[in-house]
Design a protein around this ligand. Structure first.
Ligand SMILES: NC(=O)C1=CN([C@@H]2O[C@H](COP(=O)(O)OP(=O)(O)OC[C@H]3O[C@@H](n4cnc5c(N)ncnc54)[C@H](O)[C@@H]3O)[C@@H](O)[C@H]2O)C=CC1
Ligand SMILES: O=C(O)C(=O)COP(=O)(O)O
Length: 619
C-alpha cells in the first residue's frame, strides 16, 4: 500500500478500513503501511479511508492504531452522517447497521469535508444539500435521507446526476403539522403570544387583547392533501365551517369530512380564516400576492405552516398595514431563519414560530424511524417506497421504451395543467394503441410515468415505480387502462398513448373531447415524443421545452401575430402546428417554445382578438 494518505481514496479501492479518532483531540493523520507510523498534523481530523490488500489487515491495524488513540473499522459497515438532530429510535436502528456520526450545525465547508467519508447523510430542513456537497462526496454518498416531507433543501438534480438516491419521510409528521396549524389558529384568534409577552413585560392589558371567536366562522383550507385534510377535520371539531381549495383533490374525499371544495377566488373571498397547506411549486410561489389580497374578505386571518415562499411577504406586510389582513400566524418563511429586522416577523399583528410544525417528540421519533428504515434499505440496495428520485425504469426496458416513458410523463404533466379548480380529478383513463400482444408490452412503467407527471408538479409526494399505483389510489385517482389493437409494425411498441381525465372541468375548454373528458394524445416520431391531439383537435408538436395552446378563429394572420409577439420578447419557437375542425372555423395552434414567456407577453397573446382562449403549459 502506498505511503502517506491524506485524502480519502476513490470509492473503487477495496477492501477498505475506516480510521477514526477515538480520542476527542482532533488531528489529521498520515499513514504509512510499511511501518504503521502515524504522523499527527494540526489540521482537523476528518476520518480516513485506507485501502488494504485484504480484510485480514484490519485486526492487525486495529491493535496498532489503538495505541495511537485511533480506532479502525472495516468499511463493510457503512458510515451515516446525521447532520441534524434525529429521534433516538431512528439513531438506534442506524447504529445497528452503520457507523453513525452525529455532527450538527456544520458549515458548508465542514459538511463538504466530511461527506467524502460518508455513505449516507440524514438532514431535516435546516441543512442545504447543494451541488457542492454531492461533488465533494466524489461519488461515495449513496443516499440522502430527509427526516420530513419537503425536500426543497436538497438539490435533487445534482443528487440524481451523482447517482445518489434521496428518500424522505412523508407521513410521520402530518399530524404534528396539522396540530401546529390549529395551535396557531387558536393562539392568533385569542392573541395568546402577544398577551403573554405583554404580561411578561409587567403589563395587564385585558382590553387590548380581546380576541375573535372561531365557532361558526369560515376556514378556507388551501391545499387539501395530508396536512390540509387533518386541519379541516380538527377545525370542524371547533365548530368552524370548513371549505377547501385544491384543484386536484377528489371532491368525494372532501365531502366525506364535510368539506366543500371551491375555487381559489371563492375560498379566499368568503373565508374569515385562510390556512395554507399546498407545496411550494412554480405555480404556488407567491400565490398570495397583492392581487390575491385584493380579493380577500377584509379583516381575514392567515395561517401558514406550509412553505414561506407561497406568500409574497412584502405584499402580506402591506395587507397587514392597511388592515386587509387582520392577523397572520406563520411557521415558515421565504428565507429561514428570516432576517432579524424582518418587518413581517416584527409586526404586532403577526404571531411567529421558527418552523416548528414537525417538532413534536412523537413526530420526530416517527420521522426518525421512517427515514432510518429508508436509508438502511437504500444502503442495502433496496428501492424504498419513499424514494424521491428513484430510477423509474430498468435499463433493459428503457432501451426500447425510453421515448414512450418520456411521452407518458409529459402527457400526465400536460393533462394536469389543463384541469380547472373545483371538482378535482376523479378518473384517469389511459388508452394505448399497439400491435403487440398484451403479454409483450408491460404498461406498468407507462402508467407510473403518467402518475408521476400528474402528481409531482402539484404535491410534495414523489413517485417511483414502487409507490406509483399506491400513491394514485391514496389520492383518489382511479386509473384504468385500455389497449386498442392497431396494425402497425411489431418493432414499434406503441402507436399512441391517450390520457383522458374524466368528469373534470378544464381551464382550456378546447381540451375537452366530445365525451367531455380532458384528452391529450401523444406519439413517438423519429424517437421524439410529440403531442398529437388536444381535445378533438389534431396537432403535431414536439414535447420539448414548453407549449402554448391557443384556440382561435381560423383566419389568416394569427400565426404571424403570435410569432411576432414571441419574437419581440426573444422567445424561440421550436415548433408550430395548427389543428382545425374546418377551414375558417375553430382552430387550435400548438406552439412549442424554448423559453418561458413572461406574463406581459402572454397577456399580449391573449389580447389578439381572434384568440378565444390560450394556455401556457410547462413540460
Ligand atoms: N411547517 C412544517 O414543519 C411542515 C410543513 N409541511 C409542508 O406542508 C405542505 C403540505 O404537506 P402535505 O400535506 O404532506 O403534502 P400533500 O402533497 O399531501 O398535500 C398538498 C396538497 O396541495 C395541493 N395543491 C397543489 N397545488 C395546489 C394549488 N395551486 N392550490 C391548492 N392546492 C394545491 C395538492 O393537490 C395536494 O393535495 C408541504 O409544503 C410540506 O412541506 C409539512 C410538514 C411539516
Ligand atoms: O417535513 C417538512 O416538510 C417540514 O417542513 C418539517 O421540517 P423540519 O424537519 O422540522 O425541519
Amino acid at each position: 500500500m502506498a505511503g502517506a494518505l491524506l485524502a480519502p481514496l476513490p470509492s473503487a479501492a477495496a477492501p477498505e478500513a475506516l480510521l477514526w479518532p477515538s480520542a476527542t483531540t482532533p488531528a489529521l493523520y498520515s499513514f504509512s503501511s510499511s511501518s504503521f507510523r502515524f504522523a499527527r498534523s494540526r489540521s482537523p481530523f476528518l476520518g480516513l479511508r485506507l485501502s488494504c490488500p485484504t480484510n485480514h489487515w484490519i485486526p492487525a491495524l486495529r491493535g496498532r492504531t489503538a495505541r495511537r488513540g485511533l480506532r479502525i473499522e472495516a468499511a463493510a459497515r457503512p458510515t451515516v452522517l446525521v447532520a441534524e438532530k434525529l429521534g433516538e429510535a431512528g439513531l438506534a436502528l442506524l447504529r445497528k447497521f452503520a457507523n453513525v456520526d452525529c455532527s450538527y450545525n456544520l458549515s458548508l465547508e465542514e459538511l463538504c469535508a466530511k461527506i467524502s467519508l460518508c455513505d449516507a447523510l440524514i438532514v431535516r430542513s435546516g441543512t442545504k444539500v447543494t451541488r457542492e456537497v454531492f461533488e465533494a462526496s466524489k461519488g461515495r454518498l449513496k443516499v440522502v435521507g430527509r427526516a420530513g416531507v419537503g425536500i426543497d433543501n436538497v438539490d435533487l438534480q445534482a443528487a440524481t446526476e451523482s447517482g445518489c438516491l434521496v428518500v424522505n419521510a412523508p407521513t410521520a409528521n402530518t399530524v404534528a403539522a396539522a396540530e401546529h396549524g390549529i395551535a396557531l389558529l387558536v393562539a392568533m384568534a385569542r392573541n395568546v403570544a402577544q398577551a403573554d409577552a405583554s404580561m411578561k413585560a409587567g403589563k395587564w392589558q385585558r382590553n387590548k387583547y380581546v380576541g375573535v371567536s372561531l365557532v361558526g366562522k369560515t376556514l378556507a383550507v388551501m391545499g387539501f392533501g395530508k396536512v390540509g385534510s387533518e386541519v379541516a377535520r380538527r377545525a370542524k371539531g371547533l365548530g368552524m365551517n370548513v371549505i377547501a381549495h385544491d384543484p386536484y383533490a377528489p371532491a368525494d374525499r372532501a365531502r366525506a369530512i364535510g368539506v366543500e371544495l371551491v375555487s381559489f377566488d371563492e375560498a379566499i373571498s368568503t373565508a374569515d380564516f385562510i390556512s395554507l397547506h399546498m407545496p411550494l411549486t412554480p405555480t404556488t410561489a407567491k400565490l398570495f400576492n397583492d392581487e390575491a389580497f385584493a380579493k380577500v374578505k377584509k379583516g381575514v386571518r392567515i395561517i401558514n405552516v406550509a412553505r414561506g415562499g407561497v406568500i409574497d411577504e412584502d405584499a402580506l406586510v402591506r395587507a397587514l398595514d392597511n388592515g386587509t389582513v387582520a392577523q397572520a400566524a406563520l411557521d415558515v418563511f421565504t428565507v429561514e431563519p428570516p432576517p432579524k429586522d424582518s418587518k413581517l416577523v416584527m409586526h404586532e399583528n403577526v404571531t411567529v414560530t421558527p418552523h416548528l410544525g414537525a417538532s413534536t417528540v412523537e413526530a420526530q421519533e416517527g420521522v426518525a424511524v421512517e427515514v432510518a428504515e429508508a436509508v438502511i434499505g437504500a444502503l442495502k440496495g433496496e428501492l424504498a417506497t419513499t424514494a424521491v428520485n428513484a430510477p423509474m425504469v430498468p435499463a433493459e426496458v428503457l432501451s426500447e421504451l425510453a421515448p414512450y416513458v418520456i411521452l407518458a410523463e409529459k402527457l400526465g404533466r400536460l393533462a394536469v395543467q389543463l384541469v380547472a379548480g373545483g371538482s378535482g380529478i376523479k378518473g384517469v383513463k389511459v388508452v394505448y394503441t399497439s400491435a403487440r400482444d398484451p403479454d409483450d408490452l408491460d404498461t406498468r412503467i407507462l402508467r407510473a410515468m403518467i402518475t408521476k407527471g400528474m402528481i409531482e408538479p402539484i404535491s410534495s409526494v414523489f413517485i417511483n415505480i414502487v409507490n406509483a399505483d399506491y400513491t394514485a389510489k391514496q389520492r383518489g385517482l382511479r386509473i384504468s387502462e385500455e389497449r386498442i389493437y392497431r396494425d402497425i409494425s411489431l418493432e414499434t411498441p406503441l402507436g399512441s398513448i391517450q390520457v383522458h381525465l374524466t368528469n373534470v372541468e378544464s381551464k382550456f375548454a378546447s381540451a375537452l373531447s366530445d365525451s367531455g373528458d380532458i384528452t391529450v394524445e401523444g406519439r413517438v416520431k423519429d424517437g421524439i415524443p410529440r403531442l398529437t391531439l388536444v381535445g378533438s383537435f389534431s396537432v403535431d408538436v414536439s414535447l420539448e421545452g414548453n407549449v402554448i395552446l391557443c384556440r382561435n378563429v381560423d383566419q389568416p394572420g394569427n400565426i404571424g401575430r403570435v410569432g411576432r409577439i414571441l419574437g419581440e420578447q426573444n422567445v424561440n419557437i421550436s415548433f408550430m402546428s395548427v389543428g382545425r375542425t374546418a377551414p375558417r372555423k375553430q382552430a387550435i395552434m400548438a406552439i412549442g417554445v424554448d423559453e418561458e414567456p413572461d406574463k406581459e407577453t402572454l397577456k399580449k397573446i391573449g389580447e389578439i382578438p381572434a384568440i378565444k382562449e390560450f394556455m401556457f403549459l410547462k413540460l
